[in-house]
Design a protein. Structure first.
Length: 735
């Protein structure tokens, strides 16, 4: 050996993220009731919301818009329809340039609902409902049910790693511990109670089944009209039973099993499980579409499920960062991953409130899956996104019928819908079009995660038919293709019959058509020449005075937005500089190839100065952060994630509220949910205690900022170099 040779050491391999430490340092602990934050358990198809006792014992202690519900992806109900209303009964003829009059489910004025009962029925049906309430039987010495004031020393801990909720308190001088879990593969709640009072028969589990009320939002349960539904025991032994539930034409089953205990009926729709002589009672309560035997106790299955969830797929670790915001961002990310596994991983696209409560009668909005579920693929869990993508495949034939009804080709995706795909009548819903490219975006994320021909085969027709719509719906206007009218952009405060060329939609249609062409090439097919003509001919994003406009038909937008009467503190806030600043998405969510970066930088700066952030939504902040990241300003990207406004405040459970200004509540329309005062400052009212697109968009944005996007360079390009230490595993760059 030559002793004078200097050998360069190989770089030390990066240490793997300690995922157990990452997750468990964000376990949630409560010592008292937070009326805005009941905690959730679930498996993606069943969601169970628990109070401070670990069950649903004291719902009155929580905000009226934080009901304690047990909801399933498959639990849908429709009110009787004696007049046989059909989707066509909600359609009206709307003038479409170049195509005559076309049918849209348009409500010109909300007062029409009173004149046309079909509109109300179509908006309300089908709807989600709560399967049952599982609470503690807490019996005083005289046998009466305890009140909340009778329990003391409350403490609750949500263990994210194991998916278990441990709640403890003192009742009548005796300690009580309740452990609650949801089984990973069966829609079943598992409860274990330990207390000396169990052996005395003074603590057990009460199960009650509700009817469905006329008021569906946020809590569809009706506890007053027992005669409107039925609960029939179809199998019973001392320690277990199976009940058949009927609500009009909706049937499901529920089984109760008290290991070593007894189950007895307490009313027409109620049962109680009590123990026998020992200080522990284990109970399972399952909910099933078909009749099944009571579920077995299996803590190990729950622990394995959550361990596998946390150890596979993506992770981001900010430990070691000196920026004081890093720990909070990590908390939001981890809790968003937990909540997403419960609320955004089911067989249907999630509703905005997931399985927590109802909004819009429990229907899902097809604009939101890109934020609800897109992150699954970029975070290395494409199979969870594919659960709901299966619904798109099932509904594809119907989507093609709707496109044909509109006189265009391909598949037309409804906006506000349920499992049947019908577009709910609305003043806004029929004209929203930015959901149309989503199936291509989501399929592309899955392909980038898997990279196999099986993905191309499974989603190829969905991509093809979506692209046919994107190519045939724009209308030729001279030497260019234009979007609308009728159209309402992402920023929903533009009139449908006069709006033309929203900036984001123009670039999104174009990007999606280009991506669909690449899908054809991957499948060994030639490019579609008509698609290429539309790609080349789509109007460019509108701009004026060096700034991008939300829509071409509002050329004075920025002049109005910067006027004194339209400041972000103006009252009443009636100007257009509110709602979603969606034009920024043209170079944020997607890499709009025609976007001029200098113009977009100026537009972002003007948005920061003049946008009424009081009237934005929770997903807006991560999406704007994506724009700042692509523009090479990571400081600004992080700042947008932390804007301190009511719709971007993250509670102890990881949820963000959906808040409206009192002066703006009427703009939401009926059935948006209950309003109630919340701790968000004067003039604000909460419409919901949680809004899950905030969580999903945060994961999509932070994953992009940490891992990059197509064409980015360097490590964690969306985060500042100073103050941030970012380690990632299992995350893929975005397009």
């Amino acid at each position: 050996m030559c002793l004078g040779t200097t050998l360069s050491p190989s770089p030390a391999p990066a240490q793997p993220i300690d995922r157990h430490a990452l997750v468990t340092r964000h376990n949630v602990t409560l010592t008292r009731v937070d009326p805005h934050a009941p905690l959730m358990l679930g498996n993606g198809n069943l969601g169970f919301t628990a109070d401070i006792t670990g069950l649903q014992t004291f719902p009155e202690q929580y905000s009226p818009i934080a009901p304690l519900l047990t909801m399933a992806q498959w639990a849908w109900h429709s009110f009787p329809n004696p007049k046989g209303y059909k989707e066509s009964d909600g359609l009206v003829r709307v003038p479409v340039p170049g195509r005559g009059e076309q049918p849209y489910p348009w409500i010109r004025d909300w007062s029409e609902i009173e004149k046309r009962p079909a509109l109300q029925w179509l908006r309300e049906n089908p709807h989600r409902f709560s399967l049952g309430r599982i609470g503690l039987a807490l019996l005083r010495a005289d046998g009466t049910q305890a009140r909340f004031a009778d329990i003391t020393a409350t403490r609750q801990r949500l263990d994210l790693w194991s998916g278990s909720l441990t709640s403890s308190f003192v009742f009548d001088g005796q300690p009580v511990t309740v452990e609650t879990r949801v089984h990973p593969t069966r829609d079943m709640v598992m409860v274990s109670i330990r207390s000396p009072l169990v052996a005395l028969g003074r603590i057990g589990v009460d199960v009650r089944y509700p009817g469905i009320g006329a008021k569906l939002n946020p809590d569809p349960s009706d506890w007053t009209r027992d005669e409107t539904h039925s609960t029939r025991i179809v199998e019973q032994r001392p320690d277990r039973l199976v009940a058949e539930r009927k609500l009009d034409d909706t049937h499901y089953y529920s089984a109760i099993y008290a290991l070593g205990g007894a189950v007895a009926r307490t009313g027409p729709h109620g049962f109680r499980a009590l123990g026998h002589g020992v200080a522990r009672l284990d109970v399972t309560v399952s909910f099933d579409r078909e009749r099944r035997q009571p579920g077995a106790w299996d803590i190990g299955a729950v622990a394995r499920h959550w361990r596998d969830y946390w150890t596979h797929g993506g992770a981001i670790d900010f430990s070691g960062s000196s920026d004081p915001r890093a720990a909070e961002l990590e908390r939001r990310v981890v809790l968003s991953q937990y909540l997403a596994a419960i609320n955004q991983a089911g067989e249907y696209p999630p509703q905005e409130e997931g399985l927590f409560s109802n909004s819009w009668n429990g229907k899902f909005h097809l604009e939101m899956p890109i934020f609800h579920a897109g992150h699954w693929a970029s975070w290395g869990r494409p199979e969870l996104l594919e659960r709901s993508l299966g619904w798109y495949l099932e509904i594809l034939p119907y989507a093609r019928q709707v496109a044909n009804r509109h006189g265009v080709q391909g598949a037309w995706w409804s906006k506000m819908t349920g499992p049947n795909g019908w577009n709910s009548p609305s003043a806004v819903n029929p004209f929203i079009m930015w959901q149309q490219p989503h199936p291509i975006y989501l399929a592309e994320l899955v392909y980038r995660a898997r990279g196999d021909r099986a993905t191309l085969k499974r989603y190829g027709e969905m991509v093809e038919q979506t692209a046919q719509l994107l190519a045939s719906w724009p209308r030729r206007d001279g030497d260019r293709y234009v979007l609308g009218p009728p159209i309402i952009p992402v920023q929903e405060n533009h009139p449908p019959l006069t709006t033309i060329n929203p900036a984001f939609e123009l670039e999104y249609f174009r990007w999606a058509l280009g991506t669909a062409q690449r899908w054809r090439e991957r499948r060994g097919l030639a490019r579609d020449p008509e698609w290429d003509r539309v790609i080349a001919g789509l109007a460019p994003p509108p701009e004026r005075d060096g700034l991008y406009l939300p829509v071409e038909s509002a050329p004075d937008f920025w002049r109005t937005a910067t006027a004194p009467g339209c400041s972000r503190h103006a009252e009443p806030p009636r100007c257009l500089n509110r709602d979603h600043p969606s034009f920024l998405m043209a170079y944020g969510l997607i890499p709009g190839s025609r976007v001029d970066l200098a113009t977009m930088r100026r537009t972002l700066a003007e948005t920061e100065k003049h946008w009424d952030l009081r009237q934005t939504w929770g997903w807006d902040f991560p999406v704007v952060a994506m724009t700042a990241a692509r523009l090479g300003d990571p400081e600004e990207a992080v700042a947008w994630l932390f804007r301190d406004v009511p719709n971007n405040r993250w509670g102890v459970s990881g949820m963000t509220p959906r808040v409206h200004l009192e002066a703006e509540k009427q703009l939401v329309g009926p059935a948006a949910g209950n309003s109630g005062p919340g701790p968000d400052g004067p003039g604000y009212a909460r419409a919901a205690e949680t809004y899950f697109p905030s969580n999903g968009s945060l994961l999509l944005a932070v994953g992009m900022m940490a891992k990059g996007w197509e064409g980015s360079s360097g490590t964690a390009p969306g985060f500042p170099r100073r103050g941030w230490k970012v380690r990632t595993e299992g995350i893929r760059p975005l397009p």
